[in-house]
Structure formats: structure tokens, C-alpha cells
Design a protein. Sequence first.
Length: 34
Amino acid sequence: MNKEDIRHIANIAQIDFSDEELEKFAPNLMKLLN
């Protein structure tokens, strides 16, 4: 999963992440998905 995948998920969830927010959020999301 990469940043674009996370951005896509965020878009589906109607959450708009800045790159900085993505950097913080990505590890937590990956933990949830693993």
C-alpha cells in the first residue's frame, strides 16, 4: 500500500489528507489493514 492507495481510501471516506497528515496516518492505517 502506498500514499496514493491511502489517499484513495481517504477520498472514499471523504477525508482530505495533506501529505503531512498522510505521513502520520499511513502507519496507523497499515496496522489496521494488516
